[in-house]
Design a protein around this ligand. Structure first.
Ligand SMILES: [Zn+2]
Length: 287
């Protein structure tokens, strides 16, 4: 059903109108998780054609220096959350198109056989249920369904250190906490450890310069924003829908969620911001 809706919306001309009128003078940030090599090829080639792809760091610097000249028209930033195994497959496509990409890594899951809780097979309740629980309660509920945060399973969910190092020559590597909790549901100590710990680990063990964090599930509280600032990050990326400008608050950067599938109609509609606009008119979340 949605496939037809995306097709109708694509050919309505509205995504074109959004690009010409709204996105022309804005910075759009897109969120992906994992795409196949073929989808990466299609997605990046489309985005290169319709937008000016820039690095997250170029945008941060432009805001910090209030320097408009560094931001082209229809600027767009591609981000991938989590550090999932399949991300490595898109490296040849990133190289081919010289696509600027930022990848947000969970520092205690990468290079291990630990799992992302939300991807665990056999969860008895919908994901939304677990997100409403205080962190300890969430972990004990997940344990009943066989998920243990520290446990190493048979196969990894995330990329290995070698893969990440290999990609990091072409990709901006940033932080996505340690274990992907819902930060506002964590006590102060755990939230602090998740936010500080990821940065420290990625800098020490991988030699990356970590200046950005993406909040897991897009969930954050004002406490988490304060911790992010104290930990020395320069910016925080949310999943609050909307476009960004040079006047954006660096710690509330907005992002559109888009599809990891090969549906080009959906990509066109979501990357333009039209989908978010229609969803918010209906009082719903963007995904
Ligand atoms: Zn995530």
């Amino acid at each position: 059903m949605n496939k037809i809706i995306f097709k109708i919306l694509r050919f309505s001309g509205l995504p074109w109108l959004f690009r010409q009128i709204i996105q022309n003078n804005k910075v759009t940030i897109l969120m992906f998780h994992e795409v196949s090599k073929e989808t990466a090829e299609q997605t990046f080639s489309y985005l290169h054609k319709k937008y000016n792809l820039i690095n997250l760091n170029d945008f941060i610097n432009a805001i910090v220096n209030n320097d408009k000249t560094k931001i082209p028209k229809k600027a767009l930033i591609i981000t991938f959350d989590d550090g999932l195994l399949q991300n490595y497959e898109m490296l040849p496509i990133i190289k081919k198109y010289k696509t600027p990409v930022t990848l947000f890594l969970c520092s205690s899951i990468i290079n291990t056989n630990r799992h992302y809780w939300y991807k665990h097979q056999g969860l008895s309740k919908p994901l939304a249920y677990y997100k409403t629980l205080p962190n300890q309660k969430r972990l004990s509920e997940l344990a009943k369904d066989g998920f243990i945060q520290d446990k190493e399973y048979g196969k990894p969910h995330a990329m290995s250190k070698n893969q990440i190092i290999d990609m990091s020559q072409f990709v901006n590597m940033q932080a996505h906490t340690k274990f992907h909790p819902c930060l506002p549901m964590c006590g102060d100590d755990v939230a602090k450890e998740e936010i500080y710990g990821a940065k420290q680990f990625l800098e020490k063990e991988y030699g990356f310069h970590i200046n950005a964090i993406a909040y897991p599930n897009g969930d954050y509280s004002e406490r988490d924003i304060s911790l992010t600032k104290e930990a020395g990050y320069q910016c925080a990326i949310t999943v609050d829908g909307g476009y960004n400008t040079l006047n954006s608050d660096l710690f509330h950067l907005k992002r559109f969620s888009t599809n990891d599938t090969a549906d080009i109609n959906e990509l066109i509609v979501k990357s333009s911001g039209l989908w978010y606009f229609l969803k918010s008119l209906a009082g719903k979340k963007q995904n």
